[in-house]
Design a protein around this ligand. Sequence first.
Ligand SMILES: Cc1cc2nc3c(=O)[nH]c(=O)nc-3n(C[C@H](O)[C@H](O)[C@H](O)COP(=O)(O)OP(=O)(O)OC[C@H]3O[C@@H](n4cnc5c(N)ncnc54)[C@H](O)[C@@H]3O)c2cc1C
Length: 428
Amino acid sequence: MTIPFARPGTPAYAAACAGFDLAAIPTPALAVSATSEADVVAAVGYAAEHDLPVSVRATGHSPIPGVTGGVLIDTRALRSVRLTGRSAVLGAGVTWSDVLPHCAPLGLAPLCGSAPDVGAVSYSLGGGLGPFGRAHGWAADHVRRLRVVTADASVHEVRDGELFWALRGGGGNFGVVTELETELVRVEQLYGGGLFLPGECAADLLAAFGRATADAPDALSLSVAFVTFPPMAPAPLAGRFLAHLRVAHLGDPREAEALLAPLRAVAEPVLDTVRPLGIDEIGSIHADPVTPMPVACGGAILSAWDDAAMAVLLAEIGPTTPHMTELRHLGGALARPVRNAVGHRDATYSVFTSAYPGGPAEVQTAFYQRLEPFTGGRSLYNFTAHPDNTPADALRAFEPAVLDRLRLAKKEWDPQDRFRFALPFTPR
Ligand SMILES: Cc1cc2nc3c(=O)[nH]c(=O)nc-3n(C[C@H](O)[C@H](O)[C@H](O)COP(=O)(O)OP(=O)(O)OC[C@H]3O[C@@H](n4cnc5c(N)ncnc54)[C@H](O)[C@@H]3O)c2cc1C
């Protein structure tokens, strides 16, 4: 079979390498935009025969290590979405934006993340934390079946066993997933959106956020981001330092408003988009950026609310801080034990930062160092991405016993470390 490889300097190569993260455009020796599972098998087989590393990407949202040399498999053309009852069968290149129009009219939703343009497969392999997480758990918990091309170019359909355990939370370390079947959840009512409050009320809002999340029902997922909006943002956000409270409530809007009342009492909002939402409007809750940009982000987790940690966060944020800073409430169904590799189910809050385009990324590193006494350096897999990740960074995303088991799975399924561009595990 002829493999449709593209070489540097050609439009097909540029198209295969382009992606959301403009700071991490890969530079492989060969790139292929796969249009079938057979293309993936052939590309992995070629890499095995020539002892080349393989990287696989969908949308390019993740800044996980700089890809140079080897074979890049671009999956964006594998875009099939098929609903079977309460499940969706997704091709490797599908984004959640592709899935939502299929399931929303049926009152069903996937466990998608804040940004529907993120790749559904990679997001789910890395755990997958979304606005329905407290009610329904991690996206990985809902994955029922995977088709994966492993390092020896063989195809496996997995629905149990060690590879299945490792793929659900252990990321793209074990092969190229060509198809993923995930459960959908029924959503009767979705109420949510954003409350944008003046940034000056950050201390009062954070205190109210702590109280609201201490006894929130699992139906309510809250997050707050402190953001200085660029001058080109729409009015009334343009150029302002604001606290963006993100709300997702599965249930009666009156119950949601009763839970939100103490947060609303903090200050008059500059903008209020909280309302009954269609399932396909889930992306409007966080309103993440959708145009490609340089991504430089960081993350950490807290096991519990800690006033001293919040003092570090408050000291970090302000109108001139060069990054957005988010605190997300976890717990609920996210803490439920499920047999897969998702790390840190005990986390109660996630801290996430993302540098504004052109902003200095080092500022985030210093921030996480100041937070380390409270986070223990731990973070969620999907938020551990960094271009300079080393095997030591994998320790941040998993409990030691989980990482040991992942390393054994890696040794069994990819002993040559062919797939070395995810958060790296050291084969033993
Ligand atoms: C704006 C933004 C918002 C985000 N919001 C959330 C959120 O709410 N919750 C959350 O959990 N995460 C979130 N993330 C993180 C996101 O889930 C991860 O970065 C994810 O890996 C992106 O997947 P992708 O396919 O879009 O990216 P890509 O860069 O294309 O892929 C990322 C990595 O996934 C692996 N991979 C991709 N496809 C395959 C495949 N077919 N088989 C095996 N491995 C594969 C590879 O290792 C690849 O390097 C967000 C990221 C951004 C930039």
